[in-house]
Design a protein around this ligand. Structure first.
Ligand SMILES: [Zn+2]
Length: 336
């Protein structure tokens, strides 16, 4: 009886172990993608875009609190600060850099890093600005869509990549998660980064920038399953083609290039942080939902976000990052 019991335990242990290891190796990129959920995004955003953050105006205590939220998240996930940034999650930017009024305060970009397993010197930069416009007459501008949506999407994307790392499926190239400050007052944080890059720009494969992906453009009310892509083919045909192929395979979103038109009067290509990478010849994609009635108003609140749609959009960005990080050949600015 005892003997039998022992062997039964042995069998159970063995089968248990093998089940564990096979589930590890069997997790696909779609499984990692599916860890990005509407529920998690919503949890993050209700905190990140709450009144407590006071509208996250560059240099204010609200912005510092937001920076801390990001730093704490990466720490909790075991995603390290870049060694090349002295193991610091903050890239400090002195007040003088913002070149505005006397009362401007120091600020900081927030950075976290997953090192590539095969080509660690080649870096994909995912970016989103975490600052917003602050408060006016005691009213908080929550900036849930602008750009709380991009910010919390990046957290979920980072978490998905870190799960892959833990399973031995980490990206071949490195990924820098760059949360920039000073966007709303003139794209300062991204400009500072590109002038003081933690990793050389010539080794920066591409920049995928997310600014506003949680809402629906009123023009798209009848067809909300979309995402605007801007700039994907400006410097690199290869990046554009990869992005299209990934979307076809892993997403049912319609990629809309309406705002990619050179003659579009909105000139969105020049209006968010990716542009500082593009002007340095780093291929970029800008992900965007378009403007809406709450854009830059106190009414851009977390309850108006379309979380299921936002999860789909974040999942597409994850898959694109996965592809450019893992494919054999590095993306280049082949249109230069
Ligand atoms: Zn924005």
């Amino acid at each position: 009886m005892r003997y039998l019991l022992l062997s039964l335990i042995t069998v159970l242990t063995i089968s248990c172990n093998s089940a564990q290891s096979s589930s590890k190796t069997k997790m696909s990129r779609s499984d990692y993608m599916n860890t990005i959920t509407a529920e998690d995004l919503s949890k993050h955003l209700y905190t990140f875009a709450s009144d407590k953050m006071e509208g996250r105006m560059t240099g204010t205590s609200g912005q510092k609190m937001a920076a801390e939220y990001l730093k704490d998240f990466y720490k909790s996930q075991g995603i390290s600060a870049p060694a090349a940034n002295n193991n610091n999650y903050y890239q400090p930017i002195p007040a003088a850099y913002f070149g505005r009024s006397q009362d401007m305060m120091d600020s900081e970009n927030v950075v976290a890093f997953i090192e590539g397993s095969e080509k660690p010197e080649e870096v994909i930069v995912l970016s989103a600005h975490y600052d917003h416009v602050g408060m006016e007459n005691g009213e908080v501008f929550n900036g849930a869509d602008d750009d709380g949506s991009g910010t919390v999407s990046m957290l979920e994307i980072a978490e998905a990549f870190q799960k892959a790392v833990k399973n031995g499926n980490g990206p071949k190239r490195s990924i820098l998660f760059l949360h920039v400050t000073g966007e709303e007052i003139g794209l300062y944080g991204s400009r500072y980064y590109t002038e003081n890059p933690i990793y050389p720009l010539q080794n920066t494969v591409c920049n995928l920038n997310t600014d506003m992906i949680g809402r629906i453009d009123p023009d798209k009310a009848d067809n909300p399953n979309y995402l605007y892509l801007i700039g994907s083919d400006k410097l690199s045909q290869e990046l554009h083609d990869v992005s299209e192929a990934v979307a076809k395979e892993y997403s049912d979103l319609e990629l809309d290039y309406k705002y990619n038109d050179e003659n579009d009067p909105n000139r969105f290509y020049y209006r968010s942080d990716h542009y500082n990478f593009a002007k340095n010849n780093v291929p970029i994609i800008f992900y965007f939902n378009g403007v809406h009635e709450d854009y830059h108003k106190a009414t851009d609140t977390p309850d108006k976000i379309e979380y299921e749609l936002m999860a789909k959009r974040a999942q597409l960005i994850f898959q694109t990052a996965w592809e450019v990080a893992n494919r054999e050949v590095r993306i280049t600015a082949d249109k230069l």
